[in-house]
Design a binder for this molecule. Structure first.
Ligand SMILES: NC(=O)C1=CN([C@@H]2O[C@H](COP(=O)(O)OP(=O)(O)OC[C@H]3O[C@@H](n4cnc5c(N)ncnc54)[C@H](OP(=O)(O)O)[C@@H]3O)[C@@H](O)[C@H]2O)[C@H](O)CC1
Ligand SMILES: [K+]
Length: 503
């Protein structure tokens, strides 16, 4: 089910597998897989195809040299820019063998400073500069080359990892770093988290995995996966005819400080459209009498509500008043399943005692911070959170004994036991006000309908992103999509999933 492996885990698999195989077998397989992936991106008549292959000083370069030799034997016009290992560094035996194969092939070696590189109309660039051995930001001639390649308008196939990207974190290695902007990545042995979160989705393009025929016994069970409908599909329940609104739970959204009433309304509208029996929109100040656009919602003053009677979604537009703080305190003290978002997270960040009580709750807790909110909770900075999103989410989940949904490109969902998932749906249309309130309302709705917190969080981020993806394909984004437009799209996606998966 889409496992993801850290660089350390990949190295361990590679080491164990290599010990059972003839020397160089893995690099030869990687080069062959890379050539096959390249052929898929080239015109049928390969003899016309102009391919630029960039081969770095390490074994990622070895994969590229193997691929270059294979491609030139298909008749493609292969140009190679080759970086020899730095002085004092020795090439691995398999890389030296790959270099020999490339040298005896028809591939033409060119100097990196060759001005014709920018001017040539390439069909494909293959990036084999650096893979999981990248140690520092790209600089000098390599950096200039990557900047040139990033200006080209052809497909770019990255081998293992787009050069310049950290395979674990998904950050472009900086400060002020550059990385290859690939349209496609063929990654070797196992899939890697950095291709799917932070900058990863922007730089890796479409990701394909070549396992290099390594025996499954060499892989330890993964603690990290890409999100997959299979993880939560058994909770997609068909509705019974003999049911009523009391069968589908209650959600109370608590928020709505003065000037912020839209946030709880968005969350509450999402909850009612995601199948909850009864939804309350509770206001810390100035309760709206009703929501004319969604009159099914029950709008109340938060102070008058019995908090033990609903799944609580606290935070959208809650503000930081003492009344807001008192409500959060009561919500944590209640026996209800609790989702804390937005201002509730900010209030938590400033109150260590409340964090301790949250961690000690018996009932389930889900937190949905964006990176700044996560940074406040961790007492760090956005930069530090983004530099290792997985660690940030896992740390918070363990500390607060909660499911943590760290939002952003490649949302990370982490559990207290360390297991984590990176979501694959969604797009930049979600980078707009109110989409977090919609996610909170959706997750709260699933919790209220009896979903366990882990699966509720996985399904909510999946559906939320899927709704945005569908809207973008219909032309309603990414520019200008509004959060409220997600709500009917989520309802459709949820119903379709139930039709497809439920018994
Ligand atoms: N070994 C195998 O059987 C297989 C390897 N595969 C591929 O190998 C790479 C990993 O190879 P590795 O050599 O460990 O690492 P890289 O090729 O990614 O890079 C290491 C070299 O790059 C130098 N380096 C690192 N960062 C920079 C930088 N910013 N600028 C310049 N040079 C840099 C580093 O030099 P040092 O002086 O720092 O040591 C190394 O020379 C993996 O990603 C796969 O593509 C296949 O999977 C098949 C099996
Ligand atoms: K690469």
């Amino acid at each position: 089910m889409n496992p993801l492996y850290t660089v350390a885990e990949i190295r361990a698999v590679e080491y164990a597998a290599a010990a059972t195989l003839p020397p160089g077998a893995l690099m030869q397989r990687a080069g062959q897989a890379a050539a096959n992936a390249a052929l898929d991106l080239l015109p049928l008549s390969t003899a016309q195809a102009r391919v630029l292959v960039l081969a770095g000083p390490g074994d990622n370069g070895g994969d590229a040299l193997e691929a270059a030799a294979h491609l030139s034997y298909t008749g493609a016009q292969v140009t190679l820019i080759h970086f020899a290992p730095a002085e004092g560094r020795v090439s691995s035996d398999e890389r030296q063998a790959a270099l020999q194969r490339a040298k005896v092939s028809d591939a033409r070696f060119r100097e990196v400073a060759d001005a014709s590189i920018a001017a040539t109309e390439w069909n494909l660039v293959i990036d084999g500069l650096f893979g999981i051995g990248l140690k520092r930001p790209l600089d000098g001639a390599v950096r200039a080359l990557v900047e040139t390649v990033n200006q080209l308008r052809c497909n770019v196939l990255a081998l293992d990892v787009p050069s310049g990207l950290d395979a674990d974190s998904g950050c472009v290695v900086g400060p002020d770093g550059v990385a290859v902007h690939a349209t496609h990545t063929i990654t070797f042995i196992g899939n890697k988290p950095g291709l799917h979160t932070c900058d990863g989705r922007d730089y890796a393009g479409l990701v394909d995995v070549a396992r290099l025929e390594i025996d499954a016994s060499h892989f330890a069970p993964a603690s990290l996966h890409l999100n997959d409908v299979k993880f939560f599909s058994r909770h997609l329940q068909a509705r019974r005819h003999n049911s009523h609104k009391g069968s589908y739970g209650n959600v109370a959204v608590i928020g709505g400080a003065r000037g912020m009433s839209g946030a709880p309304i968005l969350a509450a509208r999402t909850a009612i459209n995601s199948g909850v029996g009864r939804v309350y929109a509770l206001f810390v100040e100035d309760a709206l009498p009703c929501d004319p656009g969604q009159p099914e919602l029950m709008c109340r003053s938060a102070g008058d509500f019995e908090l033990n009677t609903a799944t609580l979604v606290i935070g959208p537009g809650l503000g930081d008043s003492s009344a807001a703080h008192a409500l959060l305190d009561q919500a944590i003290a209640s026996d209800s399943v609790l989702l804390a978002d937005a201002d509730a997270i900010n209030l938590l960040a400033g109150d260590a005692a409340l964090q301790t009580r949250l961690a000690q709750r018996q009932a389930a807790v889900v937190l949905t911070p964006h990176p700044l909110e996560a940074a406040r909770l961790l007492g760090s900075s956005i930069g530090a959170v983004q530099a290792d999103r997985l660690a940030a989410a896992r740390t918070l989940a363990a500390r607060l004994q909660a499911i943590v949904v760290l939002k952003g490109s490649g949302t990370v969902i982490a559990a207290p036991d360390g297991k984590a998932v990176i979501n694959t749906t969604g797009n930049p249309a979600l980078a707009t006000a109110g989409t977090g309130d919609v996610l909170a309302g959706l997750c709260g709705a699933l919790l209220a309908q009896g979903w366990p917190q882990w699966e509720a969080a996985l399904a909510a981020v999946w559906l939320h992103g899927m709704a945005a993806d569908v809207l973008v394909t219909e032309g309603c984004g990414p520019i200008g999509l509004t959060a409220a437009e997600l709500i009917p799209a989520i309802r459709t996606a949820l119903n379709r999933m139930v039709q497809h998966h439920a018994r």
